[in-house]
Structure formats: C-alpha cells, structure tokens
Write a protein that binds this ligand. Structure first.
Ligand code: NAD
Length: 379
C-alpha cells in the first residue's frame, strides 16, 4: 500500500490540478488515501556502491519510520548477497532495465537514488513516474535544467522529493541553524567554510570523469561548503566570485581540483569557501557581532564536533543517515517538515553553475537572484 498521510492527500487534492495528476499517476490505493495504516515505509536503494553499502543499508536497520525493502542494481552478483544479508524478497529486487516495474510493487514507497551524479535525474524521474517518493543524493544532478526536470516530475506525480543532505537532521548542524535563527551570538558577519579531501588512488573513478560526475571537487565536497555558508548565515547569497587552482593536472585531467569562492549575503555578511580533491579540510567557522561558533569537523559522517565563544558543544551522536531517512519518512507519513527539499538541491546547483561561470570569466562576480527563502527548507 502506498504511503501518504490523509492530511497531505487532502492538501494535494485541494490543489485541483494536482488531483488530476494524482489520479492519473498514482496507484489506486494511494489515490484512495488508504496508506495511513502503514507505520514504516519501504525504501529501495538504487545503486549499491560504497555509500549504500557502508552507510545507508546499515542505517536502515535502525530506522524507526522506514526500512530497507528493496534494491536496484546493475550488478547481478550483488542481488544474492544483498537478498541474503538483508532478507530482501526476489520481487523487491530490480535492475536498471526493469526498474519501472517498481510501480506495481506495494512494499516500496521511497526510492533513494545513490548513483553517479549524471544518473540522478534519470532515476529520480523514473521513480516519480512510478509513483514513488524520491530521495536524491547530492549533488541533485549535473545541471540546473535537470534539477527542474526532477522537481517537475515529482510535482506532476504528487510524490515527495528530498535531498540526501543528512546534516540537516544532525544535532551540531541544527545548533548552527538555531544560533543563526535566535541570534545567539548576534548578527553573523563572516563565515569560512572548507570541505575537502585528498584523492590519490584510482584516477579512473567516476568522480574524476566529468561525464559521470558533472564536475570535480565543487560538485562533490563543495556542495557541503556552499551549504555551510548558507545555513551559517541563514540566507541565500546575492553574489559569488570564484577562483580555481590546479596543482596536479596529471591526476585531475577532467575535473576541478581546488576552488575558492566568496559570497555576499543580503544582510551584509560575507563568506569564503574552499573545496578540493587535493587537500584535507572540514570546517565551518562564523564570527558574529557578539561571539563566534565553529564546527570541526563540520560535514563528516560522525562524529562532528563544535565549540563557540560560550564554550564547547556536546550532543549525542547518532547515525546521520538514520536521522535523515526517518525525518523524510515522517515528512511523508505525518506531514513533518522536509528539512532538505528538492528546491534546496536546485538552489545549490544554481550556485555551482554561477561558480563555474565566474571561474570561466576570470573571477568575475556573478549576481544571484533567489526568491526570499528559496530552497531553505525548514529552519
Ligand atoms: P560508488 O562509486 O561507491 O557507487 C556507485 C554505484 O553506482 C555503484 O554501485 C556502481 O555499480 C553504480 N554505477 C552504475 N553505473 C555506473 C557507472 N556508469 N559508473 C560507475 N558506477 C556506476 O559511489 P558512492 O560513493 O556510493 O556515491 C554515490 C552517490 O552518493 C553520489 O552521487 C555521491 O555524491 C553520493 N554520496 C553522498 C554522500 C553523503 O554523505 N550524502 C556520501 C557518499 C556519496
């Protein structure tokens, strides 16, 4: 049975056009709003690489509002291994060709796309058309156009869309958002955000292949630095200027190695970000009118760590992926907030494209225009 709460179903019906879309795209059980009885939603992971194997699947053993119900893989040998390990019935196992048949499968409510970046749009759209809610990994896609296509497909199908931005469910990041919202340290004046690691093995990997990745460090770790700058100021930027540095061109043949970028925000705050596949860095620092706060590390899985001008931060550590997937399931089941909606993924891709445009123009400042609060998610 498809999961959708009565409240969100009624909301969608009241949108008129949405009602027609719902009726034509969603399974009858869903359109009849029967699924409120479902307590835990079934998740199918698409792409069983390292993130699915070592983070998402283990986290789905502990989630309270969703569970690992199915898999979609292009590697037949993985089918048996995963089926045995996670007790997945054969009917819930798909490959990239027969994936669209997932539409008829009532165990699966959420499709989580964990493929190389250039495949995010195709599989998110196919999942939406099959009437499944979608979680899309970061970066959302390899262009703003593709982000729009994903958002439109989900809207048309009346399904929910969330980004795999796990930090929005994580307590240290939530504290940063709270400091900004409550002006705990006054107004934020300057943010420095770095997200980077050093890549040395396997120059053939898809992350260094532009066709599959859509870019280098910027679309991989850079997205975290962009996110940090935004939630540490609580605003979308109004301009960006950027620079690219290449010190190992023999290794980074096809994608960017190191990028710095400077943002201006409407309230007067400024930010500098650095991302790289050549150096290690993982930090968020904000200085404010009455103090400062810092996370270091700021975007690793666990444990994050933080301190402020008032003293150290100390929160209970839990799997970020568990918290993230449960938050999204609660959004579907109980109309709880969507902390990382599709619009947030699109906004970040608008910024990524502006950074590449600035670099192409020798660092020229690019103006950014977002509607107030666009893509901010629930604060
Ligand atoms: P990975 O290389 O470990 O796995 C990629 C999977 O895609 C593999 O199962 C591979 O078989 C499959 N695949 C299908 N077609 C492919 C092709 N043409 N080339 C290469 N692989 C192909 O990658 P990963 O680390 O699991 O990353 C997957 C996605 O998850 C990426 O978009 C990445 O940005 C994202 N990710 C997010 C986080 C996070 O913290 N949110 C962490 C890691 C990865």
């Amino acid at each position: 049975m498809k999961a959708i709460s009565r409240r969100s179903f009624a909301k969608q019906l009241s949108k008129g056009a949405g009602a027609a879309a719902l009726a034509s795209h969603l399974p009858l059980a869903c359109a009849m709003g029967h699924s409120t009885e479902k307590k835990k939603l079934g998740v199918a992971l698409v792409g069983l690489g390292s993130y699915s194997t070592y983070q998402l699947a283990p986290a789905l053993q502990d989630t309270e509002h969703c569970y690992l119900a199915g898999i979609v893989t292009g590697t037949p040998e993985k089918e048996k291994v995963w089926a045995r390990k996670y007790n997945i019935p054969e009917k819930n196992i798909f490959n990239y060709s027969n994936f669209d048949r997932i539409k008829e499968n009532n165990d699966i409510d959420i499709v989580y796309v964990v493929l190389p970046n250039s495949m995010h749009a195709e599989f998110s759209i196919r999942a939406a058309r099959a009437g499944k809610h979608v979680i899309c990994e970061k970066p959302m896609a390899i262009s703003v156009t593709e982000c729009d296509e994903i958002i439109d497909a989900c809207k048309q199908a009346g399904v929910k869309l969330g980004m795999g931005y796990r930090l929005h469910s994580e307590p240290y990041t939530k504290a940063v958002k709270r400091f900004v919202r409550e002006k705990t340290f006054g107004d934020v004046l300057y943010v420095s955000a770095d997200a980077a690691y050093r890549s040395t093995s396997n120059p053939q990997q898809w992350r260094l292949n532009r066709k599959l990745s859509g870019g280098g460090a910027l679309v991989n770790m850079g997205v975290y630095a962009i996110q940090s700058a935004i939630y540490a100021t609580g605003q979308n930027p109004i301009s960006v200027s950027a620079q690219e540095f290449s010190t190992r061109p023999e290794y980074f043949k096809d994608t960017d190695e190191t990028i710095t970028a400077q943002f201006e925000f409407p309230g007067g705050a400024v930010a500098n970000i650095m991302t790289s596949h050549n150096v290690r860095a993982n930090r968020l620092y904000a200085t404010c009118t009455n103090g400062w706060f810092e996370l270091d590390p700021a975007s690793t899985y666990i444990p994050l760590s933080g301190r402020t001008s008032n003293g150290p931060l100390d929160f209970e550590q839990e799997s970020q992926q568990k918290l993230q997937m449960d938050d999204f399931a609660k959004h579907i089941l109980h109309d709880a907030p969507n902390f990382a909606p599709g619009e947030m993924g699109k906004r970040d891709m608008v910024i990524v494209e502006a950074i590449y445009a600035s670099i192409a123009q020798g660092g020229a400042k690019q103006q950014l225009k977002f509607e107030a609060g666009y893509g901010m998610g629930e604060l």
